[in-house]
Design a protein around this ligand. Structure first.
Ligand code: EPS
Length: 390
């Protein structure tokens, strides 16, 4: 299964085409809209989210609520486009009026794609870079991931995301919380955090950042339960599922690091406190006493919940900008200021959930028969039984 996305932040729409879904899988636009709406929320979001009401149009590959096996084209229209038709339109600008409408950007924001992208493509107007490098693109990554989430839910895989840290304020999580608990609690939390005792402090940190013209980052966690054991591979580097999950997380705008289970703590502990002892019972088959490795061993699923965390740096657009250089005059100037979020960590948790869902669904489709949904689901069930009795 694969997908591509297209679209500029202030262009007419965002588009994605998904290929490789099994035929006969139930799929409704509302399955996708739920994810899109969750991505729009979160304390610390900027004004753009008040303009947009992201909803999907399914333009191909689905008939009467079921996938056909043909490519699925999804579109999310940008409401803001109506304010940008001249600036972002595909037609050439009227001669002599170019500068009136261009909103040209020549002062790159430190930490953003602006300067490197401009050097790469030779753009003297860095709007040509930022329009595509904007995190607006994650809208359709969530749309693609929502389709994957639907597939996963139909074969007994449940997935949730939550915020575990914002601006240095850490959640202290009750380890007995289930995925269902986390789903409910995070939906009620303005910062998508399941520890209500730190929620307020996180919001204060966001308020302070905003007041100071600054931005803050954080850490998000995704948990997926119900994956059968032995999905992924140990035989080649590019088939390892943990490597694919890590790449998916790092590919989200502003993400700088990934951990599984106890993550970097593993470097500081002896092996006896890192590896998870194996147990067997008739009901559950092979499980582990603990889940310090976060459900991944040897590039494959262990059958334990997959626990993956990603670290998001503060968004590089600062209302009190850092120093930069104007690429026309080469003089020192403060960087350009674009409308932005002071903290997008809660929204990024939703994005992380969806990109992880995509990789997990893809791994299942790669490993099991995948042309017909009913046969695919039956094969996964057979594999679960096989692993239990093995
Ligand atoms: C975003 C849309 C963007 C930004 C933000 C995320 O819209 P606009 O540029 O019109 O405000 O709000 O992206 C960034 C801050 C960034 O640096 O990429 C969205 O839909 O999530």
């Amino acid at each position: 299964m694969r997908y591509l996305t297209a679209g500029e932040s202030h262009g007419p729409q965002l588009t994605t085409i998904l290929e490789g879904l099994p035929a006969g899988m139930p799929l409704l636009a509302s399955d996708i809209d739920e994810g899109l709406q969750r991505r729009q929320k979160g304390y610390g979001r900027g004004r753009r989210m008040q303009i947009e009401k992201d909803t999907v149009e399914i333009l191909s590959g689905v008939r009467h609520g079921q996938t056909l096996g043909s490519p699925v084209a999804l579109v999310v229209k940008n409401n803001d486009w109506k304010h940008w038709t001249k600036i972002m339109g595909p037609e050439p600008l009227e001669e002599g009026h170019e500068d009136e409408v261009k909103r040209k950007i020549t002062r790159p924001r430190p930490g953003h794609a602006d300067l490197n992208g401009a050097i790469k493509y030779g753009h003297r107007d860095m709007r040509n870079v930022l329009e595509r490098s904007s995190a607006r693109e994650t809208t359709v990554r969530v749309a693609a991931g929502a389709v994957a989430k639907k597939l996963l839910s139909l074969v007994g895989v449940s997935i949730v995301s939550h915020v575990v840290e914002i601006g240095g304020i850490k959640a202290n999580l009750d380890p007995t919380l289930t995925i269902e608990n986390l789903k409910e609690m995070t939906e009620l939390s303005p910062v998508r955090c399941a520890d209500t005792s730190v929620e307020q402090k996180m919001m204060e940190a966001i308020d302070n950042a905003k007041k100071n013209g600054d931005s803050i980052g954080g850490v998000v966690e995704v948990i997926a339960s119900g994956m059968p054991a032995g999905v992924g591979s140990y035989v080649q580097y590019d088939r390892k599922l943990d490597a694919k999950l890590a790449a998916a997380i790092i590919s989200i705008n502003a993400f700088k690091g990934v951990e599984f289970g106890i993550g970097f703590e593993a470097a500081r502990k002896p092996g006896s406190e890192v590896h998870d002892e194996i147990i067997w019972s008739e009901d559950e088959g092979y499980t582990r006493k603990t889940n310090r490795l976060g459900g991944m061993e040897g590039g494959m699923t262990s059958g334990m919940p997959i626990v993956v965390r990603g670290v998001m740096k503060p968004i590089p657009t600062l209302y009190k900008p850092l120093m930069s250089v104007d690429i026309d005059s080469k003089e020192a100037f403060s960087a350009s200021v674009e409308r932005s979020d002071s903290c997008a960590v809660p929204a990024a948790a939703v994005v992380a959930e969806h990109v992880v869902a995509w990789e997990l669904a893809n791994a299942l489709l790669e490993q099991f028969y995948s042309d017909r949904f009913d046969a695919f689901a039956a094969e996964i069930e057979r594999q679960r039984k096989f692993a239990r009795e093995f």
